[in-house]
Design a protein around this ligand. Sequence first.
Ligand code: ZN
Length: 151
Amino acid sequence: MDDLTDVYNELIMEHSMNSYNKKKLEKADYSEIGHNPNCGDEITLELKLNGDIIEDMAFSGHGCAISQASTSIMIDTLKGKTMEEAKEIIKTFIAMIKREITDEEELQKLEDAIAFKNVSHMPARVKCALLAWHTIEDILNQKEKEKENGK
Ligand code: ZN
């Protein structure tokens, strides 16, 4: 047993062991690799947009339970959201992990991703929990740039 015991709640266990989000999309608009060398986590995140809405997402890869579960739960949370809504949720999640936001009410918008709140007390696990969220941030920033360039 280690200090992770209290974050291994049922939800995280479920998503880390057998995630239905771990698959390949038939037609992804974006694919981005996220890598956390501290722990050896590596994920490939795929995203399909429908206009401004995140229509579908999936991931592949390997890593610790926290990184895999965080990726899967992030997908559940952001699927069906607009890019603007997604950005707000991503910002809130990162702020929660960095303990910049602790207000429960504000954290409600994270839906199931609130399960990672305790990770904020485990410095060694912070990068694992944030990996997928930084990876999708990269994709959304890339998308924004394309828009600016009139693509
Ligand atoms: Zn990890």
